[in-house]
Design a binder for this molecule. Structure first.
Ligand code: PLP
Length: 417
């Protein structure tokens, strides 16, 4: 997220560097989506990266030193900076498949010979799990079909799967199992077994548990909670709530597995070499984690609530919208957001409205819900942008419907994720 400080240190108007290329910046009310740039780095992170760019270092030495500090800060045995959480998932898959080899390196030509099944709940299938297959792994599904879809509001409550799923889990684990993969997104929950149940089964069969928690911040305690619950490797995005470089990911967990993650990664000529991180990325992510842990979570929460409240109060002044505050963010994390419902409850009108908001400056990007409304997420908004959004929304809602729909057609509709 961008802070006022970011603006204050800038003598050049924000966005000028993009406008020069004809690319108009966007007010991001969608949340930390990669397609919009993830998050905005605070000045401390940018300054650390600038300093990191001023000389050469040995990247292996640096990765080890940064890892030690990150492990300390996040109360984990070990840590590693990957080229994004998805790269962390790829490296974790490689580490788990090659876990019984001496050096822990996945040799792609030998992929068939490793344990390569990754047990995953059907409700936890995500677009990013394709990197498991990229490493040569196979996804073995258990549990009922997902009830909730990504982007769904959900109720933030994970429903526990029944004993049939536990039996399925037992049947799924065998000599061919590389790991159990868990995605703690409460809104994706459908019906899944709780993490401790998976850890328990994994321990009995001596297989590791990998948790993809890319977007599960806040709360900050998640940085140590999943490993304390027994996960062997846990992945976070550097470019989401942590506000680090968008090209980074945080791999946390047990030393033996983090060592194998590193063995498969750049700067070595290993399977993870195409997902390299630079010295500025490593230092940037470290500065981001330091910055993130120094922020007062309660104050942050109040700032988000104040933005949502502004939109709720704005909603009270109009009879064509109903604005409510929702306690959960896009990834199910406990970050409030505004939910906006339209009296003209038609998907085509909602789509036209969102497309019009995106079409002309100040361009605003918001997330549609699964029905005929949409959300405004505060965590990626600059202070005051909630006012800009309310004003822009009012102007678009006051427009003639035919005219609005025409704008939407010309601009090509609302962008996907
Ligand atoms: C965002 C996300 C990723 C990808 O993270 P990157 O840091 O962009 O690679 C992976 N898994 C989940 C569950 C995510 O939400």
């Amino acid at each position: 997220m961008r802070t006022d400080e970011t603006l204050a240190t800038d003598s050049i108007p924000p966005g000028a560097i993009y406008r020069r290329l004809g690319v108009e910046p966007i007010v991001n009310g969608r949340s930390t989506f990669t397609i919009l740039g993830g998050s905005l780095m605070p000045p401390q992170v940018l300054e650390a990266m600038r300093q990191a760019a001023s000389c050469f270092v040995d990247l292996t030495e640096l990765q080890e030193a940064v890892g030690r500090r990150l492990a300390e800060l996040t109360r984990n045995e070990a840590a590693f900076v990957s080229g994004g959480a998805a790269a962390g998932l790829f490296l974790s898959a490689a580490a788990c498949m090659a876990r019984d080899t001496d050096d822990g390196v996945l040799r792609l030509a030998d992929r068939q010979r490793y344990p390569r099944d990754f047990v995953i709940h059907r409700a936890h299938r995500i677009p990013y799990d394709a990197v498991v297959e990229l490493a040569g792994g196979r996804l073995v599904e258990i549990g009922p079909v997902a009830g909730a879809r990504a982007g769904d509001a959900g109720d933030g409550v994970a429903r526990s799967a029944g004993p049939e799923t536990e039996q399925e889990l037992e049947r799924a684990i065998g000599p061919g199992t590389a790991a159990i993969l868990y995605v703690p997104k409460p809104h994706l929950a459908g019906e899944v077994l709780p993490l401790p149940t998976l850890v328990d089964a994994a321990r009995r069969h001596d297989v590791p548990v990998v948790v993809d928690a890319a977007a599960q911040l806040p709360p900050r305690e998640n940085l140590w909670r999943f490993t304390q619950d027994g996960a062997d490797l846990v992945l976070f995005s550097g470019g989401k709530a942590l506000c680090g470089p968008a090209s980074t990911g945080l791999v946390l967990g047990r030393a033996a597995y983090v060592r194998r993650v590193a063995a498969n990664a750049a700067p070595l000529h290993r399977p993870g070499r195409p997902m390299k991180v630079g010295k500025e990325d490593m230092i940037g992510l470290l500065a981001a984690v330091e910055w993130y842990l120094a922020q007062d979570e309660a104050a942050e929460s109040r700032r988000f609530e104040a933005m949502v409240d502004h939109l709720v109060r704005w909603g009270h002044t109009r009879d064509d919208v109903t604005v409510t505050s929702e306690p959960y963010g896009e990834a199910g994390q406990p970050t409030p957001r505004a939910h906006i419902q339209l009296s003209r409850a038609e998907p085509s009108y909602r789509d036209a409205l969102l497309a019009a908001l995106r079409a002309s400056p100040p361009r605003i990007d918001l997330l549609a819900d699964d029905d005929v409304g949409f959300y405004v997420a505060p965590e990626t908004l600059l202070q005051g942008e909630e006012v800009v959004i309310a004003e822009r929304l009012a102007a678009e809602l006051d427009r003639d419907v035919a005219e609005l729909t025409n704008t939407a057609l010309v601009s090509g509709g609302n962008a996907a994720e």
